[in-house]
Design a protein around this ligand. Structure first.
Ligand SMILES: O=c1ccn([C@@H]2O[C@H](COP(=O)(O)OP(=O)(O)O[C@H]3O[C@H](CO)[C@@H](O)[C@H](O)[C@H]3O)[C@@H](O)[C@H]2O)c(=O)[nH]1
Ligand SMILES: [Mn+2]
Length: 748
């Protein structure tokens, strides 16, 4: 996909800045999907026509339930097809952008969020900031803002250190084309020891070693101060910013703090080679216990206003504090979409996939979402309604701030709107910005409703993206081969499940709110996109049929009640076809997305665990929440691991280690299936009648065997593991008790 053009000619002017290509084999895929539809219809026919007639027949209700579960799965599957049948890939041409616009490149504001110095260590945060400062982009047009919801002077101190270190790091990055541009990631990837002679791209010389040393010294200083939790007086006196923290400031209760760490307008603010530096700003918005702070959405909205005051760039990149930049040209590539003369002006945002640098080979928690990144999200993007995922997303400021996309919108990016910033001093700018970050500032305004990020939902990103699209804007999904950003994926099952719970709960709330895509989006986004949204919004309720499938067929197997056709019956064929076709396709998708076969298998296990725990609890919480019983919160994802945990993570051993309710449910279901299988074998040996009926139970046996195989790591964690990551024995007792009780429940 490399396109060379010699540039500057008239011909060049006519060339688009990006190109869209349909995925290969789209036609074949649609045909294949329609054969599955036929199979599904036949399954429905079978379920309806073979319904146990008399109310006295054992298993009549179990059968009806299974039919309903099948209906739910089928409808859900159809939603997932809307995206899969419409996959497109985008290709920007950054060389054309440079030819045409190098001198006129627009400003870009990079907004980074952090919320807690313990769960999000300051060194991690500043690595993200440093990577964002080091883009291959004119520094005078780049501004990096850090929003600190932790309101922590430790994070502030780290940013101060980073500002000084950037004077070495940025020229180093540019000179040696360093990537990833996060020093921590770069030096761990290219440690002097691992850098073999063959790797000529990196030139380990005195300069390299000197920068590495500077980085390590800085890191040590920050880490040791963070450990003590106190800023020494000597350092306090070095910067006026520290005076903002008075003795009674806490995370939940403090005034607004805005500090311009590097004034990018200042021609004297230069790196060691004399190159200009980007603007760097620290912000901790005001927090007061009596004001709801609306979590990340509130932080971003405050940052939107503050950045408008200080640099007001027309384009914005939004990053979580763990998502560092991996591709120095990513800003230029994203601008190709916005600045394309033909289609660019309608584009509100360009979403990148969330990739992680800590995924193990076989991705035990299935956090890489590679199939979603390769097929689902580009498919919804094919309807020009890509989902906004909260991070690694480029926005047009106007569309994010509530503007409606109208026909006569010209999409000018060098507009002179807003004030001239250069005549204000740093102090004046800081004071003016603080007011914008005050709690009361949003009172009686459209912020959180029609402007900025929408409030009241744990997945503020998805709902915000939807409202932008419903104002007439388009959005694209761009998944380049070279990953543009890398972050930290949850590395324990607990964190992974809590994160999934927040997502599924937030998304289900959207489905139930006035923002339901089928209603809110009607006539505004394509039907395919509405269905695409629902593929995610309906995660929580899909837990119900999943739970049904892991509970009822095994119980019926114990009792010898058949729920599926016999293998020799013709009705067996649609079941077998749908099962095999779906799984073959899912394996093929996984392999195409770069997963290993084992990663696919792991993803099936996580599929079951998520649906029966996270999604189920999210379902319950949403239901009680809609009745006004519970309050929405945002459980921050922990990004640090103890050494013990990270060792097991590297060995791909699942980390349970706590006795949460989710684990009890998971263990109970695993035990239930184990009991069912053991019971089935025992009965087959002892009971001739039961043995004879086995051929009617084959499908259920296969199902239970598969579930037991998927659960092997759970049994190991319950019975044989001795490390700290095993499942605590209290969970073992409870699960045995609950599973035994379940076996006694009569089947009707
Ligand atoms: O009160 C808060 C809570 C969170 N954050 C920041 O929000 C980001 C995301 O939080 P994290 O705990 O890492 O959540 P994830 O589950 O990884 O977040 C995903 O899901 C969120 C929606 O649930 C999106 O906002 C995120 O962009 C997306 O990465 C982090 O940078 C936090 O510092 C705040 O600034 N203030
Ligand atoms: Mn995160």
């Amino acid at each position: 996909m490399v396109h060379m053009d010699k540039g500057g000619t008239e011909e060049d002017e006519a060339l688009a800045l990006f190109e869209t290509k349909e995925a290969r084999f789209r036609g074949a895929y649609r045909l294949f999907a329609s054969t599955i539809v036929v199979g599904i219809c036949l399954i429905w026919v079978y379920r309806l026509s073979h319904l146990p007639r008399s109310a006295h027949d054992q298993g009549r209700w179990a059968w009806i339930g299974l039919f309903l579960a099948d209906v739910c799965f089928s409808l859900y599957w159809i939603f997932t097809q809307s995206a899969r049948c419409n996959v497109v890939y985008r290709y920007p041409f950054k060389d054309r952008l440079s030819h045409r616009y190098e001198e006129k490149l627009p400003g870009v504001d990079i907004l980074v969020c952090t919320a807690d110095p313990k769960m999000e260590p300051p060194t991690m945060v500043i690595n993200t900031v440093l990577s964002a400062m080091s883009y291959n982009y004119p520094p005078e047009k780049l501004s990096v803002y850090l929003s600190d919801d932790g309101g922590s002077e430790l994070t502030f101190y780290a940013l101060l250190e980073a500002s000084a270190f950037s004077k070495h790091w940025i020229p180093f990055c540019k000179k040696f084309r360093v990537e990833p541009m996060s020093p921590a990631a770069y030096f761990s990837k290219h440690s002097a020891a691992s850098n073999s002679q063959h790797d000529l791209s990196i030139n380990i010389g005195p300069e390299w070693l000197a920068v590495k040393k500077l980085y390590e010294e800085m890191k040590n200083r920050i880490d040791s101060i963070v450990e003590t939790g106190m800023i020494p007086k000597k350092i306090r006196d070095q910067h006026k910013g520290f005076s903002e923290w008075n003795s009674n400031a806490t995370k939940q209760d403090h005034q607004s703090i805005v500090q311009i760490m590097i004034d990018g307008r200042d021609k004297n603010a230069v790196d060691i080679d004399g190159g200009r530096l980007p603007m760097v700003v620290y912000m901790a918005r005001e927090k007061r216990p009596q004001w709801p702070h609306n979590f990340k959405a509130g932080a971003l909205n405050a940052l939107l206003r503050v950045s408008a005051k200080i640099s007001n760039a027309p384009f914005i990149l939004n990053l979580d504090c763990d998502m560092y930049a991996n591709d120095a040209d990513a800003v230029r590539e994203a601008l190709c979409f916005f600045m394309d003369e033909g289609k660019g002006k309608e584009i509100a945002f360009v979403q990148h996939p969330q990739n992680y640098d800590n995924i193990t080979k076989n991705d035990i928690y299935s956090t890489s979402s590679s199939v979603a990144n390769k097929f689902e999200l580009p498919g919804i993007g094919g309807y020009e309604a890509a989902l906004y995922c909260g991070t690694v997303c480029f926005h047009r400021r106007e569309s994010l701030c509530g503007k409606v996309c109208s026909k006569d919108y010209r999409g000018e990016w060098n507009s002179t709107e807003g004030e001239k910033k250069s005549d204000k001093t740093v102090n004046e700018l800081e004071e003016a910005s603080k007011v914008l970050a005050n709690c009361s500032h949003e009172k009686d305004t459209q912020w959180g409703k029609k402007m900025g990020l929408i409030y009241g939902c744990p997945v503020e990103d998805i709902v915000t993206g939807l409202t932008i699209q419903c104002r007439g804007w388009k959005s694209l999904y761009y998944n380049p081969d070279k990953k543009a950003f890398l972050g930290v994926a949850p590395a324990t099952l607990d964190t992974a499940l809590i994160q999934q719970k927040r997502w599924s709960e937030g998304m289900f709330q959207i489905f139930f709110s006035k923002y339901c895509p089928f209603i809110y989006g009607r006539g505004k986004i394509k039907l395919g996109a509405q269905m695409g949204y629902c593929m995610y919004l309906l995660w929580a309720p899909i837990s119900l049929p999943a739970l049904y499938y892991v509970i009822v067929p095994p119980l019926c197997l114990l009792r010898g009640i058949p729920l599926f056709p016999q293998v020799k019956s013709l009705w067996f064929l649609p079941f077998a076809y749908v099962f095999l076709a779906r799984n073959t396709c899912s394996i093929a998708e996984a392999l195409c997305s770069g997963d290993t076969l084992k990663a696919w298998w792991n993803s099936q296990r996580i599929w079951v665990i998520r649906r029966t725990t996270s999604y189920f609890f999210a379902f319950i919480d949403t239901m009680t929440g809609t009745l006004g019983l519970s309050q929405t919160t945002f459980a921050l994802t922990d990004k640090v691991m103890t050494e013990d945990v990270s060792k097991r993570y590297a060995q791909e051993i699942i980390e349970f280690g706590s006795s949460s309710v989710m684990f009890t449910v998971m263990a109970t279901l695993a035990m239930l299936n184990l009991f069912s299988l053991i019971g089935c074998i025992a009965k087959a040996i002892m009971d001739l009648e039961y043995f004879k009926s086995l051929d009617q139970l084959i499908v259920q046996i296969i199902l239970v065997v598969l579930l037991v195989m998927l659960n092997i790591p759970v049994y190991q964690a319950l019975f044989t593991r001795r490390d700290k990551g095993r499942i605590p024995s209290s969970v073992l007792f409870n699960s045995i008790l609950l599973a035994s009780l379940a076996c006694l429940v009569p089947i009707i």
